[in-house]
Design a protein around this ligand. Sequence first.
Ligand code: ADP
Length: 813
Amino acid sequence: MCTQDAFQAQRSQLVGLLVSGSLEGFESVLDWLLSWEVLSWEDYEGLSLPGQPLSRLARRLLDTVWNKGTWGCEQLVAAVREAQTDCQAPELSSCWDPHSPHPARDLQSHRPAIVRRLYSHVEGVLDLAWEHGFISQYECDEIRLPIFTSSQRARRLLDLATVKANGLAAFLLRHVQELPVPLALPFEDTACKKYMSKLRSTISAQSRFLSTYDGAENLCLEEIYTENVLEIRTEAGLAEPLQKSPATLGLKELFSSPGRLTDDADTLLVVGEAGSGKSTLLQRLHLLWASGSDFQEFLFVFPFSCRQLQCVAKPLSVRTLLFEHCCWPDLGQQDVFQFLLDHPNRVLLTFDGFDEFRFRFSDRERHCSPTDPTSVQTLLCNLLQGNLLKNARKVLTSRPAAVSALLRKCLRLELCLKGFSEEGIELYLRKCHREPGVADRLVRLLKATSALHGLCHLPVVSWMVSRCHRELLWCGGGSPKTTTDLYLLILQHFLLHASPADSVPCGLGSGLLRGRLPSLLRLGWLAVCGLGKCLKNLFGSLVYVIFLSSAPFSNLFILPFVSLRDNNISDRGVCKLAEHAMHCQQLQKLALFNNKLTDGCAHSLARLLACKRNFLALRLGNNHITAAGAQVLAEGLRANASLQFLGLWGNKVGDEGAQALAEALGDHQSHWDIRNPGVNSLPETPPGLKTLTPDSPFGFSIWGRGARGLILRAVIFRSKCYPINRIFSLVLASLEENHLQDEGVCSLAKGLERNSSLKVLKLSNNYITYLGAEALLRALERNDTILEVWLRGNTFSPEEIERLGQRDTRLLL
Ligand code: ADP
């Protein structure tokens, strides 16, 4: 028994049900409710306003029936059930008296059956009604507006008969009775069936093989496809709270997820960077449909590529688009097209690569006629907005940069393609290398090379890595270890593929690169320009510029990467980079650790430090910089007011270098108000060096005695005129193993007394004695912020450890 309370409790489910299908489903629910007189004519008019979002209409319907009490609610549930059944039944059994004295009332009470009988003959009936003078030409044209499906036209004709007291109702009641009963469901129609099967076999042939990025190979999609992570993007305020955040979807759930942006919009957008797998995802969707494995709610799927569409210069209609640019129906074109228009909810259109479409999305030109031609841009924009083929699902893919706020307005759901998960990378590589042991080796190597592994989430990089690995195996070389190795290999591969068979020496190797030096230099130049202009938000380091074999240079694909570490980069490379970086506003950080840098690049880097006013981080760990280089760097540092991270771990700057850097730090106060040294006058997060971690490549880090000199020097400089907050604006200072001894700790302690940001101070293994610890204890008496001082591995006796521990529990001994 459906009480009003139970009805209210199911409200969101009912809204979901009413909007899940198409407008057609909703309107057939209204047909039933009208025929049972649950809805009055006024109710009905208020619920069939054109242009209203379906979700709003559905909610209004629920309010209307709820106001009618328990009976109304029960009838609604019954109507939903009837509407679901009657879309599967070939014919609704219903008979009416064709000569009824109350034709308008009978039209209404048999409405569901009459709509069903009328809809495939509506054009002829309209002509007849006009010839008999029951309706005007204007009314005919109104009903025939191309935005309406055949069943909507049938309903509009019945609606007109209800309000027109001129015999139209009696005419329809009589005439519809004579119309042939449809023998079977419309999609059993031969022409439609033939078209469906032609479409399936065409798409199956097109989607079975995945052509690799270089066009050199065709892989069986079924065997190579690896699930890609699809995240749902929500608009704050518009979306309902998500169960898990960020919410993810499997490909097969693509259409079952409720609209999160606009309920009654038809378009789903899949956004992803170049190479993230957008085209492959669509190809998989097409194959699953064509092979009958999934997405069978669609009878027709029409795949389009935006790159190809934009070449269509002539005006085109929806009909031309579907038939001439996708699949031609060999039989009954008109019937097939009419079927598509009448059953838009059984149709799926996919548009790949909106970013390659040279036109921007616009809603300026409205076009609603599926048969009238217009420009390809207007056609696509109107399809996406639902002005054309309303209720047909559309899936659009694009790189993020081409997605405008205007486009987002017509989206049902936006999904972000995140690439392979950790497991996905491994699974993919195993699919690529099925020979025993090969994949194991590659996975192991990759995991040990974090710079490459991190990039492999992008499917195209996984493919490149796998490809290079195979090339190198064939040549008997090792695996690529750096992104540069990878770049050069890929480049050689493309060169080889792009060259006529007899024009280049066989196989990969430096000869191949040398032979194409001018082209390579031009590519390199493009890459550098790309970096200079910061084509992407993140300043990349290595840029892959890949040209497709068929059209060298016409299809550049640029991938910047997040770090330059581990890349065998020499001084020459870094000098060039520093020169360009100088002019790149967005560039604020350079990670260059583990390369081949010597003092030879110090002048360029010093100039970068001195001139680039917003520079934040320079990571030079594990290179070959000596005291001379450090002294040059110190000059740059002296003029710099922005740097927050300086990494010099693993170099050989020695005492002299450290001293120079310390002095530079000491002078590094131009932006500090040293005339007013009170703690309270400090900005909350003062600019300047914020991290001091000698044991990590991410900090100001010099090992050994040099470090001690440096730290002491810096501390002393501060303690003379200013508390050491300059350094200790950080919350953690890691100064372990630095030969600080008591002298250093006493200086630190002085600074600590006035420090109000540091929480953890790590001083393990620093040759500190009880004397140094006492100085720390005195400082701690005045310092409430600090939570832990690590003092393990210093020179305390067991008794001293016990005593110190009792005096302040914050000392970790
Ligand atoms: P996008 O369209 O986003 O630029 P693609 O779909 O063309 O990216 O993917 C680039 C390459 O990455 C493909 O040619 C294929 O080799 C590989 N790839 C992408 N997605 C997958 C996937 N899900 N499974 C296996 N390989 C994939």
